[in-house]
Write a protein that binds this ligand. Structure first.
Ligand code: NAI
Length: 327
């Protein structure tokens, strides 16, 4: 299993690379960034884990060397938010960065699983799909927008109500997109079931939707979530790799191109969105099946889904347009 981190020297990239270096599923770790990969690679190379490690800069065909033969490419490249910015404000810069990296995937490792962390995920995933389609290399089963941090936050924040020792034991599906009100936690679908007091539900929902702002504010200009995101990105990547190696029963919410996945068409028709985060069953070839849990949402959650869809449609169209009709 060869894993690539593109944007490996950044706030997310470094701890994510550390976790992947120590990950038992990874045999070969390849780091790519426009700066500092020699240092990060040298540092991580002293860790006594299985994964052999290499790092590249763009010079001397660095991207080609980094990406060739990759089984999984995780992309946390691009600028993060500062206080007062929305994820959509990042579009101008990050759209081009993601476009360039996905072109590299199309050229050098078109069969790899691609995990997009770079924001705004609601638009960068459609950009990735369009670039791969243009190159004739799009496999919807292998393109994922990483929304795991929203799931991780929901699990953590609900602990104050469940009192569970291990927050990750409560599974909360979070669907929709990955920014503000497009993030829809379905607490009614928690497993095991959780009874959220009426007066706490709105506060809890808002905290999951805007949890990223807490970190942006606390970092006071020094960026957005990096360590919790590295954990979340690692958790999702590990599950994709485990499923690729044959482990069954793995279901994770992720932002995917629905019409390309079994069960996804009906959800796309129901929501009017081709891209949506839903629980996806992972298999040896990537996304095996999209699980439709929209129908099980309660009245409060159905209202949240309506608002989500309203915003998400524009975010998706912006990404598609960026590649189809370049600015
Ligand atoms: P950062 O600025 O610390 O790191 C970004 C890295 O990307 C830098 O090392 C930079 O040199 C590199 N980079 C820039 N252009 C590149 C290119 N063309 N090729 C390769 N590498 C390139 O930013 P941070 O905090 O690590 O965040 C990265 C992205 O992740 C941001 O867009 C941020 O909004 C997003 N993010 C996504 C989350 C999610 O839940 N999906 C959560 C938190 C952040």
């Amino acid at each position: 299993m060869k894993a690539v981190v593109a944007g490996a020297s950044g706030g997310i990239g470094q701890p994510l690379s550390l976790l992947l270096k120590a990950c038992k599923e990874v045999d070969h770790l390849s780091l790519y960034d426009v700066v500092n990969t020699p240092g990060v690679t040298a540092d991580l190379s002293h860790i006594s884990s299985v994964a052999k490690i290499e790092g590249y800069l763009p010079a001397d065909d660095g991207m080609k060397k980094a990406f060739t033969g990759a089984d999984i490419v995780v992309i946390p490249a691009g600028i993060p938010r500062k206080p007062g910015m929305t994820r959509d404000d990042l579009f101008k810069i990050n759209a081009g960065i993601v476009q360039g990296l996905i072109q590299g995937v199309a050229d050098y490792c078109p069969n790899a699983y691609v995990l997009v962390i770079s924001n705004p995920v609601n638009s960068t995933v459609p950009i990735a799909a369009e670039v791969l389609t243009k190159a004739g290399k799009f496999n919807p089963k292998k393109l994922f927008g990483v929304t795991t941090l929203d799931v991780v936050r929901a699990e953590t924040f609900v602990q104050s109500i469940t009192g569970a020792r291990d927050p990750a034991e409560t599974v909360i599906p979070v669907i929709g997109g990955h920014s503000g009100e497009t993030i829809v936690p379905l607490f009614s679908q928690a497993k095991p079931a959780v009874k959220i007091p009426e007066d706490k539900l709105e506060e809890l929902t808002k905290r999951v939707q805007f949890g990223g702002d807490e970190v942006v504010k606390a970092k006071d200009g020094a960026g957005s979530a990096t360590l919790s995101m590295a954990y979340a990105g690692y958790r999702f990547a590990e599950r994709v790799m485990q499923a690729a190696k044959g482990k069954t029963g793995i279901v994770e919410p992720t932002f995917v191109y629905l019409p390309g996945i079994e069960g996804g068409d009906a959800i796309a028709k129901e929501t009017g969105c081709d891209y949506f985060s839903v629980p996806v069953e992972l298999g040896t070839d990537g996304a095996k099946k999209a699980v439709n849990i929209l129908g099980s949402a309660n009245a409060y959650e159905k209202k949240l889904i309506e608002k989500c869809v309203e915003d998400l449609k524009g975010n998706i169209a912006k990404g598609v347009e960026f590649v189809k009709n370049p600015p």
